[in-house]
Write a protein that binds this ligand. Structure first.
Ligand code: LLP
Length: 445
């Protein structure tokens, strides 16, 4: 086990986050419960903001909302002075109702609909990251009709694909995102954008993957993108003003995970940009990054109540909790691994190896395979760590389980930022057509 942010074990032997005893949080808000360490989120925002400001002042850090977005989170991001990466009309709407300025939103997506584009243009979304030639044409059409101009970054496939512990370089990357360099599509899109009256082309974007521990692929991405900037200048005479390097910086899920320090990452990309600009005699572009997971991932903890414990003799002990793949899809989708702490007896020594099962009707709904924990019994509280990114945002209502509440904790105070769903929420959008209402009434007789 490891503790992050403001976590500590208090005198009662309970896990405490943000000065709040998690046993009390469970009593007050119920479980499963997403607990977000507001202080750690703010520290992470500040670290990105201040490190970039110190090492490359002409830069902009945009928090990637897909990792975790609620209206309160938008307010926090705004207070911390970050911009916001949004990936859908729903994310734009969330930020808008929270009062987040549209001009500081960067809009992504490989299939933005005409309605979403219109909505974004009407609000004045600051940058559109265009993912295809077809989208460029659509965006221009909608912008012409609306009498607006869209500021555009072109998303490029740099031909580098990075995963947690390795990366690959391929000439022709098979991905639904972005425009290829090798096949000339990216250059064609830039040239087309430059001709469009309602499109203001300002820069390039790339994103090479997520949960990356190796720094080398980021450096390579800078090299490839800066070389492309040089090519654009040679072929069109235009100096690219902005370079957005996406997100992807890895975090700690397991005690042995050892991500680089943020300053090392920033120093590396800044050095690479400066070196390439000097090599090609290019003006320095404004640098953008879009961290998601590394802002919120370690700040999140999911608190569950232990229910049924089932022994499969000679094989394993399943400890079922009151959540699972509905609040954490990552184990089922990516075989993601987690650490956990027994929140109501956090000082107890590990005694047995168990597997933590969810309660959805699916065999694959296992949160953690084989974890050593103190002896557990029904009613114990299990805290699963590093669940701040891509958990709430990927939660679902499979089996019609209501989604958990989300609380922000800070300095001994907890505030609900998303209410727990109720059964009424579950049926809110259901409609019984009149002919079926009749059969229901008859069946009830
Ligand atoms: N920018 C773009 C264009 C992205 O596609 C992403 C993530 C980010 C920024 C933020 O990346 P981060 O800093 O969070 O790694 N559901 C998966 C992760 C999907 C990432 C999608 N794109 C997971 O749970 O691991």
């Amino acid at each position: 086990m490891f503790l992050t942010g403001t976590m500590r074990i208090n005198a009662a032997g309970h896990l405490e986050i943000g000065g709040c005893d998690t046993v009390e949080l469970a009593k007050q808000y119920g479980t499963p419960l997403y607990i977000m360490d507001e202080t750690l989120i703010r520290q992470n925002c500040a670290a990105y903001r201040d490190t970039f400001a110190a090492l490359y002042p002409d830069s902009l850090v945009a928090y990637a909302g897909k990792a975790f977005l609620t209206t309160a989170m938008c307010c926090l991001v705004e207070e911390e002075g970050l911009a916001l990466d949004v990936a859908s009309g729903g994310e734009i709407y969330t930020a808008h109702v929270a009062g987040f300025p549209a001009s500081r939103m960067i809009y992504h997506g490989n299939n933005k609909t005409p309605d979403e584009i219109r909505f974004a243009l009407d609000l004045g979304v600051g940058r559109f990251v265009v993912d295809s030639l077809s989208e460029l044409e659509l965006l221009n059409e909608v912008a012409v009709a609306a009498g607006k101009t869209a500021t555009v970054l072109i998303r490029v496939k740099p031909g580098i694909e990075a995963h947690t512990h390795h990366y690959i370089q391929t000439g022709q990357m098979d991905s639904k995102f972005g425009l290829g360099l090798a096949d000339g599509q990216a250059l064609a899109a830039v040239k087309t954008a430059l001709k469009m009256k309602h499109i203001k082309f300002t820069g390039l974007h790339c994103h090479i993957g997520s949960q990356i521990f190796d720094l080398k692929p980021f450096q390579l991405a800078v090299h490839v993108m800066m070389d492309f900037i040089q090519e654009i200048r040679k072929k069109t005479g235009v100096s690219v003003q902005e370079l957005d390097l996406g997100g992807g910086f890895g975090i700690r899920y397991l005690r042995d995970d050892n991500p680089y320090a943020l300053t090392e990452f920033v120093e590396l990309i800044v050095t690479a940009v400066n070196a390439k600009a000097a090599e090609h005699n290019l003006p320095l572009p404004k640098l953008l990054v879009e961290p998601g997971r590394s802002i919120v991932g370690e700040a999140g903890t999911t608190l569950y109540t232990v229910g049924t414990i089932k022994d499969v003799p000679g094989i394993r002990r399943y400890v079922a909790v009151d959540g699972g793949m509905t609040d954490n899809l990552r184990t089922a989708l990516y075989e993601a691994k987690y650490e956990a702490i027994v929140a109501n007896k956090a000082k107890a020594a590990a005694e047995e190896t168990v597997s933590i099962a969810g309660r959805a009707c699916e065999s694959g709904d296992i949160l953690i395979w084989d974890i050593e924990l103190p002896a557990l019994k029904r009613g114990d509280l299990l805290a699963v760590l590093s669940t701040g990114a891509y958990h709430y945002s990927m939660s679902n209502n499979y089996n019609r389980f209501p989604r958990p509440a989300v609380v922000f904790v800070r300095d001994g105070r907890a505030d609900v930022v998303v209410e727990r769903e109720t059964y009424a929420d579950i049926t809110r959008n259901d409609v019984i057509p009149p002919r079926l209402q009749q059969s229901v009434r008859q069946a009830a007789k």
